[in-house]
Design a protein around this ligand. Structure first.
Ligand code: 5GP
Ligand code: ZN
Length: 115
């Protein structure tokens, strides 16, 4: 499935739900989390609907790699100079709330609300 009409992040990709975008290309979107846990808190998502990291396939290798490459570039572009944290919550026991694969990237001066 390319998009899931009931998925909030697919709606953000489609522009049906507003977001503060930080980066976009043909395969990825990055936007600021609506409830930030750190001074900078962005979510990097694939434009294709994949529910979680438990569902990735070999065909997803390209954009999975791009997600990892984008995180440090984005932090640099957003002025984060002293390190950052990346988190992918997966499934119920992983604490995942939105079932469209996403990487949290947290940065900025500590203390942070969580983590
Ligand atoms: P999870 O717990 O699934 O790893 O994290 C989901 C994240 O998505 C949460 O940090 C939550 O604040 C964020 N989020 C949920 N709905 C929206 C939304 O409509 N817009 C934005 N920008 N972030 C959202
Ligand atoms: Zn989705």
């Amino acid at each position: 499935m390319t998009a899931d009409p009931s998925c909030i992040f697919c709606k953000i990709i489609a522009g049906q739900v507003p977001s503060r975008k930080a980066y976009e290309d043909d395969e990825l979107l990055a936007f600021h989390d609506i409830h930030p846990w750190a001074p900078v808190h962005v979510l990097i998502i694939p434009k294709v609907h994949v529910a979680s990291l438990a569902d990735v396939q070999p065909a997803h290798e390209r954009w999975l790699g791009k997600m990892m490459l984008l995180a440090p570039k984005l932090m640099k572009d957003l002025g984060v100079t002293n390190g950052f944290r990346t988190v992918i919550n997966t499934g119920a026991d992983g604490g995942q709330e939105v079932y469209h694969l996403h990487m949290h990237v947290y940065g900025g001066p500590r203390p942070w609300a969580k983590g």
